[in-house]
Design a protein around this ligand. Structure first.
Ligand code: TXA
Ligand code: MG
Length: 323
């Protein structure tokens, strides 16, 4: 078994594996990452192999010190200082012009690189002990549900990697918010664990990019992503009727919706707290996937605050099944 509880010994072992050019799965506050030495192109190539990820998807570099941002990117912008002072370490990824030291395989040939400093002791220790920035996508096969605990990683990647460091449940539970900071504007590339509203309170209006491109900058922009292996649909009168006699797992937001009541259900947050809902989202989808229900029906919520990222994941997760 390749899952080991996080402690000093496993972190040192993980760092040695990273330094030797191999992969380690590790916890962050958002989701588990599948990490490699971000300055070693061959190590990074192994991520694409193990994930079976299309190679046009660039990766995020994870750093352990704010000052490392300047090692890998060019920026002279007070908005960036403000963002990293307010939100790092945390679920915010910045896309900025890259320096030459960053290998092309990390950025898929883009002139920009995505960087974040995770808010998780184990992740930060692993990066420090490795002595390199760690390139890491979510630790799951491409297109599957994101992993928010070590067993989810094992379910998707099994023994294909040497070590999965178990740091328990991710308390944000949604991937980081990704923004590109340009001279004249800030663009939201992927909604995530830090709300758009919180960012705007700090640096003013940001734009949402909706255009789908053949070669997207962010797989967040691909039509199918984050899908459970059982069909996922939004809960509404059509789906409720259609699946009345199937084995259904229902996810409600705050409480059972009396218009569509089912007996096998989970509630994301009885208090209606979006943070709690976000932290439970992938967990509940994994649980219903493990139980092999015929179909998962999930109640839609308002696209405000973290609701934007929650609905983004659910729309993409259900897209594959809705035609
Ligand atoms: O919370 C997270 O962000 C997690 C944890 C492990 O840190 N990581 C994660 O990585 O979600 P991944 O690979 O699943 O998603 C990274 C996203 C992709 O959508 C990718 O296209 C985008 O970051 N990205 C990376 N570099 C980019 C760049 N230069 N320009 C635009 N988007 C970029
Ligand atoms: Mg992912």
């Amino acid at each position: 078994m390749n899952i080991s509880k996080a402690n000093r010994t496993t972190i040192l072992k993980g760092a040695a594996i990273i330094k030797s050019g191999e992969l380690v799965a590790f916890p962050t506050e958002t989701v588990y990452g599948l990490g490699a030495d971000g300055l070693n192109p061959i190590a990074v190539a192994k991520i694409f192999e193990v994930k079976r990820r299309p190679s046009f998807n660039p990766l995020i570099l994870h750093i352990a010190k704010k000052s490392d941002l300047a090692k890998f990117t060019y920026y002279k912008d007070t908005r960036i200082d403000k963002l990293i002072d307010s939100f790092w370490p945390g679920p915010l990824t910045l896309v900025l012009p890259k320096k030459n030291i960053v290998p092309d395989i990390v950025t898929s040939g883009n002139e920009t690189v995505a960087i974040r400093m995770p808010n998780h002791k184990v992740a930060l220790d692993l990066i420090k002990q490795s002595g390199v920035p760690i390139a890491a996508p979510s630790a799951n096969k491409f297109g599957n549900l994101s992993p928010t605990d070590a067993t989810h990683v094992y379910k998707s990647l099994g023994e294909s990697i040497e070590l999965i460091i178990d740091g328990g449940k991710c308390n944000v539970g949604l991937e980081s918010t990704i923004i590109e900071v340009r001279d004249k504007e800030i663009i939201l590339l992927r909604p995530g664990g830090l709300s758009k509203e919180e960012i705007e309170n700090s640096v003013g209006k940001i734009k949402i990019r909706r255009i789908l491109k053949a070669k997207p900058n962010s797989p967040g922009q691909l039509p199918y992503h984050y899908s459970p292996s059982v069909p996922l649909y939004f809960l509404n009168s059509t789906s409720a009727n259609k699946f009345r006699s199937s084995i259904v797992g229902v996810i409600y937001f705050k409480k059972v919706n009396a218009n569509y009541s089912f007996s096998n259900f989970k509630v994301l947050s009885p208090k209606g707290d979006l943070r709690v809902a976000a932290a439970n989202l992938f967990k509940f989808l994994h649980e219903f996937e493990n139980k092999k229900v015929d179909v998962i029906l999930v109640e839609p919520i308002k696209e405000k605050g973290l609701g934007l990222a929650i609905m983004d994941r659910l729309k993409k997760g259900s897209k594959k099944y809705s035609h």
